[in-house]
Structure formats: C-alpha cells, structure tokens
Design a protein around this ligand. Structure first.
Ligand SMILES: Nc1ncnc2c1ncn2[C@@H]1O[C@H](COP(=O)(O)OP(=O)(O)OP(=O)(O)O)[C@@H](O)[C@H]1O
Ligand SMILES: [Mg+2]
Length: 226
C-alpha cells in the first residue's frame, strides 16, 4: 500500500468546552496508482484526516504508514515523505503567495530536494508547467494575473515539483465554478495517467469525486460509513 491510515482518532475541544470527535477510529488504505475519494458533509472530519495523513496534525491514536513504513520519527523518512506526498488546498487565492512570481513559487518547492544547479531547476519548472498545460512564458508572472482555475493549476504544478507519488487534494475544485472545475479535473485525470499519481481526493461533491476515481469512501461524524 502507498498510504495506510490505521485506527486514526482525533478529538478537539469545542468552543462550548465539550469534546468533538473529529475523526473516530478511521482506517484506510490506498494502493499506488489507485486513487481514493473521501466524501461527506461539512464537519465530518475530512480535512482533519487529511492533515493527520500529512503530519500537520498529530492524531490522539493511530498510525500513518507510507509504503508500508511509519512516516514520523525518522528524519530521513520524514524528508522523503514530504517530497513524495504533497497537499493541494481548496483556495488557490490563499495558497499562492501574491508576492511570489510563478518561478519563485515553483523554485521554493525545490528546497526539499537539496542543492540543484540552476539549469536543472529551470528545466524541471518548464517540464512541470507543461504537464499542467502552461507555457514557460508564465514563469515571470504573478498569481493575481491568473484566473481561479489557472491558479489552481499553478498550485498543482508546485505540488508536482518534487515528483510526488501521492497528492492529497482537499476540496481542490470546490471553490471553482463548474466549467473551471472540469478544466482542473481533466488536468488531474491527465496527470494521473501520465505520471501514475495516486490521489486522496477530498470533496463534498460526489460528481467531482466520480471524475477522479470509482473508489469512494463516505465519512460521517468522524467515521467511515461506506
Ligand atoms: N483545530 C480545531 N480546533 C477545534 N475543532 C476543530 C479543529 N479542526 C477541526 N475541528 C472540528 O472537527 C470537526 C471536523 O472538522 P473538519 O474540518 O475535519 O471537517 P470537514 O469534513 O473537513 O468539513 P468541511 O467539509 O466543512 O471542510 C468539526 O466539528 C470541526 O469544528
Ligand atoms: Mg474540510
């Protein structure tokens, strides 16, 4: 399995002082090349599960395995995981820094790869941009010059810079209108085929989920219900 979540639980203190069981004993396994969609109503724990998978939130209980081995606790494994598992967020307006050109945005993602000669970095940027349908001319442009769908494709290309195996997409098309959603979903479907990527695709939109995969997991109140 590429990613395994084993018996993950996480609760938060709610505003009223009680506890909210955001994720309740969830287990999930995603094989390499076999994407999985997670759907469910607002507040059912999808984002919390994604953040636990990425190590952004630590679970109360449970384990995260990548390629069969625990992710956290070993520096070399952690560094490998950060390059091979990348996250794409809902809002491409918030997730791209307006002061960074496309070039700076993509280049920054490469810091995880260690020292790479300039010519090689530029070549990787060109290849990655081409894979999401952009010409290298856009490298000198800034996020505000792009539409929402284009920004999301830039955010996706940033995630691709470290040549990942897994992308965790949390409502990555939800803020876009239907036509643009289709453009981004088509782009994701193409990448899946050309790069053999695995997606953990989180959405409240069943139709969008079906565009990505037939394997759909439904969450409700922190639990997997089907
Ligand atoms: N940092 C936090 N502190 C307190 N409560 C939290 C925190 N993060 C999430 N929660 C609570 O955990 C529950 C699950 O939230 P989560 O964001 O994972 O749901 P979601 O399925 O992603 O919802 P949405 O579809 O609206 O994005 C909610 O009740 C939420 O209020
Ligand atoms: Mg969410």
């Amino acid at each position: 399995m590429l990613l395994e979540l084993r018996s993950i639980s996480k609760s938060f203190m709610s505003r009223s002082g009680g506890m909210v069981q955001a994720v309740d004993d969830v287990s999930l396994a995603i094989a390499e090349g076999e994407s999985c969609a997670i759907v469910g109503e607002s507040g059912c724990g999808k984002t919390t599960l994604a953040r636990i998978a990425m190590g952004l939130v630590s679970p109360d209980r449970g384990r995260v395995l990548f390629e069969g081995r625990p992710v956290w606790g070993d520096k070399i494994r952690e560094c490998y995981f950060r390059r091979k598992a990348r996250m794409v967020f809902q809002d491409p307006f918030a997730s791209l820094d307006p002061r960074y050109s496309v070039k700076a945005t993509l280049d920054e993602a490469l810091y995880l790869e260690g020292r790479i000669p300039l010519a090689q970095r530029q070549e990787r940027m060109r290849v990655t941009l081409a894979s999401v349908g952009f010409s290298p001319d856009i490298l000198s442009r800034y996020p505000h010059e792009f539409s929402g769908g284009e920004r999301q494709r830039i955010a996706i290309s940033r995630a691709l810079m470290t040549d990942p195996k897994l992308l965790i997409l949390d409502e990555a098309v939800s803020s876009l209108d239907v036509v643009i959603q289709k453009e981004v979903l088509d782009c994701l479907a193409g990448l899946q085929e050309s790069r053999g990527l695995t997606y953990m695709f989180i959405t409240h939109n069943l139709k969008a989920a079906r565009r990505i995969t037939r394997k759909i997991t439904v969450m409700k109140s922190g639990k997997i219900v089907e």
